[in-house]
Design a protein around this ligand. Structure first.
Ligand SMILES: [Ca+2]
Ligand SMILES: [Ca+2]
Ligand SMILES: [Ca+2]
Ligand SMILES: [Ca+2]
Length: 479
């Protein structure tokens, strides 16, 4: 039984969300967006609540719940011949969709040990969008892009041969080898329909969305792969933002004067439920949102992170919502989840108010074996939620001397005292564009001992440690 906790958490944090590290980038984008906005000094009648209203932050939502750190992104562009430029297709209608794009995924799609990059892109919008109009991605400036990293650290655009131009207005991407064939696959979220691309292992991807039943619909933002029922098959969680379409999104927000139109605040729109897809033995997916107890239409989700917050050995789901309370779904180990955010003190900020949660990441900040949460917030400081812990035991594993390429892809297998296997595929992709915590915390539940910890390095070498002390971090050196 595979339990792909660390990998999934890691992939989600890299590809499906904005992490703490990306916060400065968000600030830069906010500033840029502010500069583009018309000043609105005179209060005049307005329709919908806008971001430029005096009682609200003067920023539209930053461009994307998924992105890498900005400064390094710029540096990488200069050094590595990446020519991608996100195209949002700005209109005078100020559709909220225009402000929310720009995801990036880091993946080694060809298993050569070098990380490759996938960027999501917008699509051509009409101004205004008429009834029946759909975002048009045919112009190459709107294609999603896959860049292959070469041995000399430069990147080349292989989008066309890989078959990843995409369709519609794309948002985020989630990387995971859902069919366990050794090649990472790609799930791309967006407005209207999402797409699952199967990595054929020969440099090309096939769109298997309809065949496997994971097109979703509506406005999806982040997504992530995780095996919530530990059957060895990855399942898929999709964060969705608003009950929004171009008709609903055409309401006027801002000042009723020429040039006074502004991006609508999300308060103008209803939330929409996230989606959970369970992978069946035949490789197709079944939507189990309601069955799993996750059907909550009040959420306005932008980010998701998976971690075992109570160390019971089961992955839980933290969802960052925009301007409504946050969600923390505890895994009940019977295919259902329970939203314990309020009970756990994670639903609201310290003043009991909602906030505009956007990106979310989980990490053990205090080295106490309990996964904490940090969220980036629109126009505000990040919110850090400290996990005070549970009674369950844990073992932390720290892989020391993880190098950029050499350390890519080690697998940690922990067998606890009850014989339960916990498997983590450690992916230190974050060290490419930014430093990243490559530690894993293994929740042991009631088990009070660990029989073995085994690390299999990418070069095939295996290190095995027997009977380590639990409730602490164990450091294992690279070869
Ligand atoms: Ca590669
Ligand atoms: Ca695969
Ligand atoms: Ca599963
Ligand atoms: Ca748990």
């Amino acid at each position: 039984m595979l339990r792909l906790g660390s990998t999934k958490l890691h992939e989600a944090s890299l590809t499906g969300l904005v992490s703490f590290r990306a916060f400065s980038w968000i600030i830069i984008l906010c500033a840029a967006a502010m500069a583009q906005q018309q000043p609105a000094p005179t209060p005049t009648p307005r329709t919908g609540r806008a971001y430029s209203a005096p009682d609200l932050p003067k920023t539209p939502p930053p461009a994307g719940p998924q992105a890498a750190s900005p400064v390094t992104f710029t540096d990488v562009t200069a050094q590595t011949r990446i020519t991608f430029k996100h195209a949002a297709s700005a209109t005078s209608q100020k559709y909220l969709l225009e402000t929310m794009g720009a995801g990036v995924a880091m993946l080694d799609y060809d298993n050569d040990g070098r990380l490759d990059l996938f960027f999501t892109n917008g699509a051509q919008l009409k101004d205004p969008m008429g009834k029946g109009d759909v975002p048009d991605k045919r112009n190459p400036r709107y294609w999603n892009r896959l860049y292959q990293q070469k041995p000399d650290d430069t990147f080349i655009d292989i989008t066309e041969q890989a078959g990843l131009k995409g369709e519609g207005y794309s948002m985020g991407a989630a990387v995971g080898d859902y069919d366990n064939d050794g090649y990472v696959d790609l799930y791309v979220t967006g407005y209207g329909e999402n797409h699952l691309y199967h990595n054929n292992g020969n440099g090309a991807f096939s769109d298997v969305t309809r065949k496997l039943g994971v097109s979703a619909g509506g406005w999806s933002t982040s997504a992530g792969w995780f095996d919530y029922d530990r059957d060895g098959r990855l399942d898929l969680f999709i964060a969705r933002y608003l009950d929004w379409d171009f008709e609903k999104g055409s309401i006027f927000c801002g000042e009723a004067r020429p040039g006074g139109r502004a991006f609508c605040h999300p308060d103008n729109f209803k939330g929409v439920t996230n989606l959970l897809y369970h992978q069946l033995p035949d490789g197709t997916f079944e939507e189990v949102t309601t069955k799993a107890g996750m059907a909550d239409p009040s959420g306005k989700a932008l980010g998701v992170a998976f971690a075992d917050f109570d160390n019971d050995g089961l992955l839980d789901v933290f969802v960052a919502n925009d301007s409504v309370r946050q969600s923390l779904y505890r895994n009940n180990d019977d295919g259902t989840f329970e939203d314990v955010a309020v009970m756990a003190g994670a639903g609201y900020d310290e003043n009991g108010k909602t906030f505009a949660g956007m990106g979310v990441d989980a990490a053990d900040f205090e080295n106490d074996g309990h996964m904490d949460v940090v969220m980036s917030v629109v126009d505000g400081p990040p919110v850090v939620l400290r996990n005070k812990g549970s009674k369950n035991h844990w073992l932390g594993v720290r892989l020391a001397a993880m190098k950029n390429r050499d350390g890519f892809g080690p697998r940690i297998t922990v067998v606890d005292g009850s014989g339960r296997r916990h498997i983590f595929d450690v992916n230190n992709a974050g060290s490419y564009l930014s430093s990243n915590d490559s530690r894993v915390v293994v929740g042991l539940g009631n088990a009070v001992t660990v029989r073995t910890v085994e690390v299999r390095w990418p070069n095939g070498q295996v290190e095995k440690i027997a009977n380590p002390t639990i409730d602490r971090y164990l450091t294992i050196n690279d070869h």
